[in-house]
Design a protein around this ligand. Structure first.
Ligand code: CP3
Length: 363
């Protein structure tokens, strides 16, 4: 166990050597050289792990997110098993929205379901600001985790305004985001009011996690790829910029991720990211040209490739590692979350392979 568990402070302002702020993951986010390319997997803590399924067998999803001892255990499981370079807090993007007063549940096999969808100005008023006391279980879990993780960084996260708005307006998961886009095009003023509220909640939620000691944050705009670049810039970018820009002085790297965002990569970087997450559709060297030289990239193995025979997985990992060398910093990840049917042993092998392929001699 280390004594400085925040990983941020040292008297001379330099990160303490060996702490999470000096880890391969944080170094890659900052575009600094490190001992190897770091690896973690979106949804690494979850349904692919038998030890996770055992814990969750009797505990509903939202309840498990509100019990710090369960959050801590589930978050640590993939770190122990795979040797990933970072942990990601076990939670869900709707947790802060529920804390803000919206009645919702996470329904097995469906996802988030909102009791009364948000579609009017009066509905928007139901979304209240949140502070640490409203999500004290997250504050507590992060503090426990930072102490347990030692030199391994913990990533905090939140949903971005567009993706959260989609769940709230639709009332649940949607393939077309039709009601969401109808509101956005039909009543831009209400749309911006809704997104401004959500941006405030998201910013507060990320600040709680940073104050409790996370070493990086990821803003998930999973469904932003539903929009054209012009609409993204008009309807979404200002709100995501509010969140990421609001953390500019927080001293932790900010990752910005979405799916199907090939046309949006430049804009998502402009929102104030240090690292842009890329899905499997855009090779990392192409993505790097779109994002520019002053940001690192994260990605981008297709999660379904993990279901293929090992030689296929290995060839794809090698290709991504090579294309990632074009970026000023590369965090190896999937292009979206781990699928439940993934063999966990394949994930462990991917971590070892990336480390082996990218090992650099000690400086
Ligand atoms: O692996 C698991 O499924 C674990 C448990 C779980 C999570 N969310 C964890 C989670 C469950 C059952 C959910 C519900 C949920 N919430 C779903 C899945 C529906 C289903 O049963 O397949 C979805 C799509 C949501 C909404 C949501 N949550 C989104 C869009 C995101 C952003 C990431 C993404 O997948 O696009 C989340 C974040 C999330 N949910 C995380 C976890 C552990 C954090 C991020 C991570 O670990 O990468």
């Amino acid at each position: 166990m280390t004594t400085d568990t925040t990983g941020t402070a040292a008297r001379d302002g330099e990160p303490r050597r060996g702490g999470p702020a000096d880890s391969p993951f944080v170094r890659a986010c900052r575009r600094e050289p490190g001992p190897h390319t770091p690896v973690w997997f979106m949804r690494q803590a979850g349904r692919s792990l038998p030890e996770y399924r055992e814990i969750r067998a009797t505990v509903p999803m939202l309840e498990s997110c509100r019990r710090p001892e369960l959050v801590t255990e589930i978050t640590l499981q993939p770190v122990r098993r795979h040797g990933v370079d970072a942990a990601i807090l076990f939670s869900d993007i709707v947790v802060p929205v529920a804390a803000a007063g919206i009645d919702l549940d996470i329904v097995p096999g469906t996802g988030p379901v909102v009791a009364e969808p948000v579609r009017t100005a009066a509905d928007v008023e139901r979304i209240s600001p949140i502070g640490r006391d409203d999500v004290s279980y997250v504050d507590e879990a992060v503090r426990q985790l930072v102490a347990e993780l030692g030199d391994t960084p913990l990533i905090g996260f939140a949903g971005a305004p567009f993706t959260l708005a989609s769940y709230l307006v639709e009332g649940g998961p949607s393939r077309t985001h039709a009601k969401t886009k109808a509101l956005m095009y039909g009543d831009p003023e209400l749309w911006h009011a809704l997104c401004a509220r959500l941006a405030e909640v998201t910013l507060s939620f990320l600040r709680v996690q940073i104050d409790a000691g996370v070493s990086a944050v990821q803003l998930f705009d999973s469904w932003a790829g539903a929009l054209s670049e012009a609409d993204y810039r008009r309807f979404v970018l200002p709100h995501s910029t509010y969140v990421l820009g609001g953390l500019a002085d927080a001293g932790v790297p900010r990752i910005h991720f979405g799916v199907g965002t090939a046309e949006l990569l430049g804009a998502m970087g402009e929102a104030g990211a240090d690292v842009v997450g890329v899905d499997w559709r855009t090779p990392l060297d192409v993505a790097t040209r779109r994002i520019g030289p002053d940001k690192a990239v994260q990605g981008n193995l297709d999660p379904t490739v993990l279901l293929a025979p090992w030689p296929v997985v290995e060839a794809e990992v090698r290709r991504i590692v090579e294309q990632g060398r074009a970026a000023p910093g590369h965090v190896f990840n999937l292009g979206h979350g781990v699928l439940p049917e993934t063999d966990p042993d394949v994930l462990t092998r991917v971590v070892a392979l990336v480390h082996e392929l990218t090992a650099r001699p000690a400086r």
